[in-house]
Design a protein around this ligand. Structure first.
Ligand code: G3H
Ligand code: 13P
Ligand code: NA
Ligand code: ZN
Length: 328
């Protein structure tokens, strides 16, 4: 069944768990996410980016999610729009039937230039007024995402600030978060706490304080009923990097956010955990390996099945690690 983000995350808060929000672009990702949710009895958040809409086309994307709800009617599903760059983008998603939208007013409409606080409040208020009138939830974002190690915003095209960021920009201010929530009435708030988008988050194996856990605690204390969202939460599985590179890929050494650190964040108010890169890496590794080992195969269903299976394993592991299993 389709439910709103507010409904799901209120339940997650009451029961102390977090929910992975997986990006979806194609059939294989959708099936992996749902089959893993079914296997673990987990509720689901699927999110579509602007890039996903231009890849699959809005009608296909919409029906892909609706088809999942039809095939697995017993699983609660939030249909979320990731990184909306304007109220107009959010409006279009509401028309399409999404039950949740992200108004990312931390960046200007180009999705690159950091925006000031007043701009952010203004566009987010507009999106909330529209969405709440339709029973749709809203995620806002305050602060600019970037690695505390490198000061880089990350690699995703179209999402993320450009250039080096100062330490101050890299952490959401708790006082400002309280003001922002009061002014906008968002249901969920994406915060900057040391994560960044894409595969290149950390250049060395993460030990200890990759995330600003104290900052997460402080923010949660100020806005206890607003659900915290952590973007850039891929763990960059080293085993998949190895497979990719073993079968012809060339991906340099890189590290993501350890699952245990995400679980620590969940203890302190993080409820929605955005993951895209991990499924991309698993899918790429599985396809490279399958084609290298089955050189006479030309049935795409065979390598796409390998992709689905690899993504299934990641999804299942995240549902379990975030305490989401058994909560559907
Ligand atoms: O936040 C970014 C997500 O990973 C989506 O990436 O815009 O390439 O679809 P995309
Ligand atoms: P990753 O690149 O770490 O998977 O983050 C995805 C994300 O935050 C989508 O909004
Ligand atoms: Na989002
Ligand atoms: Zn994001």
């Amino acid at each position: 069944a389709l439910i709103s983000l507010r409904q799901l995350l209120d339940h997650a808060a009451e029961n102390g768990y977090g929910v992975p929000a997986f990006n979806v672009n194609n059939l294989e990702q959708m099936r992996a996410i749902m089959e893993a949710a079914d296997a673990t009895d987990s509720p689901v958040i699927v999110q579509a980016s602007a890039g996903a809409r231009s890849y699959a086309g809005a009608p296909f994307l919409r029906h892909l999610i609706l088809a999942a709800i039809e095939e697995w009617p017993h699983i609660p599903v939030v249909m979320h729009q990731d990184h909306g760059t304007s109220p107009a983008v959010c409006q279009r998603s509401i028309q399409l039937g999404f039950s949740s939208v992200m108004m990312d007013g931390s960046l200007k409409e180009d999705g690159k230039t950091p925006a000031d606080y007043d701009y952010n409040v203004q566009v987010t208020q507009t999106a909330v007024a529209m969405a709440h009138a339709c029973g749709v939830s809203v995620e806002g974002e305050l602060g600019v995402l970037g690695s505390l190690e490198t000061g880089e915003a990350g690699e995703e095209d179209g999402v993320g600030a450009e250039g080096k960021l100062s330490h101050d920009q890299l952490l959401t201010d708790p006082e400002e978060a309280a003001q922002f929530v009061k002014a906008t009435n968002v249901d969920a708030l994406a915060i900057a706490c040391g994560t960044s988008h894409g595969a290149y988050k950390f250049s060395r194996p993460p030990t200890g304080d990759i995330l600003a856990i104290d900052r997460i605690k402080e923010i949660h204390k100020r806005i206890p009923t607003t659900h915290l969202v952590m973007h850039g939460s891929s763990s960059v599985p080293q085993e998949w990097l190895k497979v990719i590179n073993e079968f012809g890929g060339e991906i340099p050494e890189t590290y993501g956010v350890p699952v245990e650190q995400i679980a620590e964040g969940i203890k302190h108010g993080v409820r929605k955990v955005n993951i895209d890169t991990d499924l991309r890496l698993a899918s790429t590794g599985a396809v490279r390996r399958h084609l290298a080992q089955n050189t006479s195969n030309f049935d795409p269903r065979k390598f796409l099945k390998a992709s689905t299976d690899a993504m299934f394993d990641i999804c299942k592991a995240r549902y379990e690690a975030f305490g989401c299993a058994g909560q559907a």
